[in-house]
Design a protein around this ligand. Sequence first.
Ligand code: RB5
Length: 146
Amino acid sequence: MTLALGSDHAGYLLKEKIKEHLNNKKISYKDYGTFKMDSCDYPEFGYKVSQAVVNNETDLGILICGTGIGMCITANKIKGIRAAQAWDEQTAQLSRLHNNANILCLGGRILEEDQALKIVDVWLNTSFEGGRHESRINLIAKLTGL
Ligand code: RB5
């Protein structure tokens, strides 16, 4: 499995921590930036990571901004993306089980580092349940065209 990672300046430090964590677990990833702490615009990175996921350059994506909200709004405007903002392990797990989320959005200014890493772990270790949830996901696409 390969992940696409992206953040703005407010998510940069957490992105670097997540990279260390993934390195320790030997999980491969591609970093789509930002690569420094200078102020930048989250939609640019949200868009790049979303494109990587829908074009199958990577299997899943993780996006981090200050709250996770701007990244989530951006990613969910891309056809084929189901981005979920998770603030604890339960929301992370359910976003995979029920929503088949293909992008995880995190708030770099909201979450403690250890909590964020637990969220990443549970999200990566949970698979879609399918069944009734599959038809609901299909309905999102049918109704919205996204
Ligand atoms: C940047 O200050 C902040 O607005 C951004 O990281 C994010 O939280 C937006 O949703």
